[in-house]
Design a protein around this ligand. Structure first.
Ligand SMILES: *[C@@H]1O[C@H](CO)[C@@H](O)[C@H](O)[C@H]1NC(C)=O
Ligand SMILES: *[C@@H]1O[C@H](CO)[C@@H](O)[C@H](O)[C@H]1NC(C)=O
Ligand SMILES: *[C@@H]1O[C@H](CO)[C@@H](O)[C@H](O)[C@H]1NC(C)=O
Ligand SMILES: *[C@@H]1O[C@H](CO)[C@@H](O)[C@H](O)[C@H]1NC(C)=O
Ligand SMILES: *[C@@H]1O[C@H](CO)[C@@H](O)[C@H](O)[C@H]1NC(C)=O
Ligand SMILES: *[C@@H]1O[C@H](CO)[C@@H](O)[C@H](O)[C@H]1NC(C)=O
Ligand SMILES: *[C@@H]1O[C@H](CO)[C@@H](O)[C@H](O)[C@H]1NC(C)=O
Ligand SMILES: *[C@@H]1O[C@H](CO)[C@@H](O)[C@H](O)[C@H]1NC(C)=O
Ligand SMILES: *[C@@H]1O[C@H](CO)[C@@H](O)[C@H](O)[C@H]1NC(C)=O
Ligand SMILES: *[C@@H]1O[C@H](CO)[C@@H](O)[C@H](O)[C@H]1NC(C)=O
Length: 479
């Protein structure tokens, strides 16, 4: 368990400094085209599908003063618009203003669009957050065993849902929940910012997401998901503020986003010990590209530790991490079962890292004592290539499981500039090969004769071929 010190000004300054380092100003998420013709303004955006019907949140009586609760307004508006599900779908526009709300549910064939300067503010009043049963693949809540708060923006059993905007903001106002977590006062697991369950055809794009109570974006038991142009920010010491957590999901594309957070920037998961094994739904066919990450105490991309339904065919390209604990980290434990296989990582530019390569077979952290100690994870077919890293403490800490080695590890074309610890490669219970790697790897990963590149698939995932349509709506007079 990490200790989470109270937020103080130096941390805020630190985050601002890192934002500058990452070159946030270069991120072109706000280039939404707003074309003015006479008095009408036509706003354009890209989406998996355009909508025939549209309405403004204010049409339903919303008040954007940051104080009035709009929970009922969001619920009513979306229920009202759900009638168009079979008639071309609907768009709900959130105009500039501060729209306070508790948790609300989405509907199918629906787009939630946040205009520039629109801010959805999450309520800190617990009565605005209904409870949900625990996730079947987890068997219990993460913070508290009995149940969990519904996420701010929640959807289940849906198809064709878009959450996008012209860099509008969703602010989770997480400090309330972080305090309760630190004081151990939570009876239910903290809400996530956005959770979509048992759904397909999902797009989340061109938004700024800040200060989630816990994880930011949690698609679970879902498929065909595009996540792009997200700007995710939480204090680097905020508890469990993972950026994007695809969980038992297939065919996922995550791209062109940047994440500064207190936990893993991206964490791919698939259920926890005996519950995840029984549920048996893997995370697979996922591509992650052009991501920037800052996470001093966690990974740029974590695989696990909850991986009991399996993680397979994950492709990772063109990543940048600054001041991050490790790059792509595999986390598992005896009792998890499941597998992590066919992992392909190509092109990482890293600066100020504790470990470049990190695998952990002793993560522990079980939901309850009835996990099966004979359920060993299979970790195999892990390919990394084209890595440049500066200011690194350790090149690698690769720790498999005694009697259950992590195998088929391939590492090629890697240059790591270190501060110079003696034990650069610390390996146990791992098997594999390396080529053109500096500094010299451990003996368990011998340099193979003749230079070669580790494998990366040539084919495209189906989700990579999905083109977004250009959609528009008439925004008329703003307000
Ligand atoms: C998007 O909005 C966030 C928060 O309002 C801001 O920090 C960021 O600079 C904006 N991005 C661009 C490209 O304007
Ligand atoms: C996000 O903004 C970029 C830059 O304007 C644009 O190219 C892209 O199509 C937008 N994406 C979506 C999903 O609207
Ligand atoms: C909601 O739906 C009803 C019934 O279709 C419709 O008459 C009404 O105009 C809609 N909008 C609002 C703001 O209630
Ligand atoms: C939102 O969806 C959940 C799960 O289906 C349900 O329990 C809850 O009642 C819904 N909330 C509203 C306001 O309809
Ligand atoms: C949602 O889908 C899941 C899986 O198909 C099913 O078990 C569940 O009953 C569905 N829930 C609702 C509210 O339809
Ligand atoms: C939360 O749990 C505490 C004991 O841990 C109990 O005193 C309190 O009443 C519970 N609150 C709610 C809202 O259930
Ligand atoms: C190098 O890494 C250390 C932490 O290991 C950090 O304190 C220092 O600021 C980094 N230096 C540079 C130039 O980034
Ligand atoms: C690289 O990936 C392939 C395909 O998943 C796998 O079979 C192989 O074991 C991996 N590692 C090596 C050393 O080739
Ligand atoms: C090796 O990695 C570097 C840095 O990522 C890249 O520029 C170069 O093209 C790679 N070389 C080969 C042979 O792939
Ligand atoms: C090497 O790794 C093992 C297992 O992860 C760990 O227990 C040990 O402390 C490490 N050694 C050093 C010198 O870091």
């Amino acid at each position: 368990m990490k200790l989470f010190p109270k937020l103080t000004n130096p941390h805020v300054i630190g985050v601002i400094f890192l934002v500058v380092l990452l070159g946030l100003q270069e991120l072109k998420v706000t280039e939404c085209r707003v074309i003015s013709e006479y008095d009408e303004k036509v706003e354009y955006y890209s989406a998996i599908d355009c909508r025939k019907h549209s309405a403004f949140l204010t049409d339903f009586g919303a008040v954007g003063d940051g104080k009035t609760s709009n929970t009922k307004v969001f619920e009513y508006a979306i229920r009202n618009l759900s009638q168009y599900g079979n008639d071309g779908g609907s768009l709900l526009v959130v105009p500039p203003g501060k729209w306070l709300t508790g948790s609300f549910n989405l509907t199918s064939h629906f787009t939630l669009f946040l205009q520039n300067d629109a801010v959805i503010l999450a309520s800190q009043d617990e009565s605005e957050w209904p409870s949900l049963p625990v996730l079947p693949s987890y068997g219990r809540g993460r913070d508290a065993p009995n149940g969990r708060f519904s996420s701010l923006i929640f959807g289940t059993n849906l198809t064709d849902v878009v959450i996008t905007g012209c860099n509008g903001t969703i602010d989770g106002q997480g400090s309330y929940w972080w305090d309760k977590f630190h004081k151990d006062e939570l009876n239910l697991t903290r809400p996530y910012l956005i959770e979509i369950m048992f759904s397909n055809q999902i797009q989340i794009s061109n938004l700024t997401l800040i200060n989630s109570p816990s994880w930011f974006v949690h698609p679970i038991y879902s498929s065909d998901i595009i996540i792009q142009g997200l700007n995710i920010i939480a204090p680097i010491d905020s508890p469990n503020t993972d950026g994007i957590d695809p969980d038992s999901c297939s065919n996922v594309r995550i791209e062109d986003s940047q994440i500064i957070s207190g936990d893993d920037c991206v964490a791919i998961k698939s259920g926890w010990d005996q519950y995840g094994i029984k549920f048996g739904m893997p995370s697979q066919h996922i591509i992650i590209r052009r991501l920037k990450c800052v996470s001093p105490d966690s990974a740029m991309i974590a695989l696990g530790s909850e991986m009991s339904g399996g993680i397979q065919d994950i492709r990772v390209e063109d990543l940048t991490a600054i001041n991050t604990q490790s790059a792509v980290r595999i986390k598992s434990a005896i009792g998890r079962g499941g597998f992590v296989k066919d992992i392909f990582v190509r092109g990482m530019n890293l600066n100020t890292m504790k470990y470049v390569f990190w695998m952990t077979g002793s993560y522990g952290s079980h939901p309850d004592p009835s996990f099966d100690p004979k359920a060993l994870p299979i970790i195999s077919g892990i390919n990394y290539s084209n890595v440049v890293a500066n200011n690194v403490t350790y090149s690698a800490r690769l720790e498999g499981i005694n009697g259950d080695p992590f195998s088929g590890i391939c590492i090629s074309n890697v240059t790591i500039h270190n501060v110079g610890n003696k034990l650069q490669w610390n390996c146990s219970d791992v098997e594999g090969v390396t080529s053109n790697v500096y500094p010299k790897p451990c003996e368990l990963l011998p340099e193979k004769e003749g230079k070669f590149d580790c494998y990366f698939p040539d084919d495209k995932l189906p989700i990579e071929s999905v083109d977004l349509k250009t959609c528009s709506f008439v925004s008329g007079l703003l307000f």
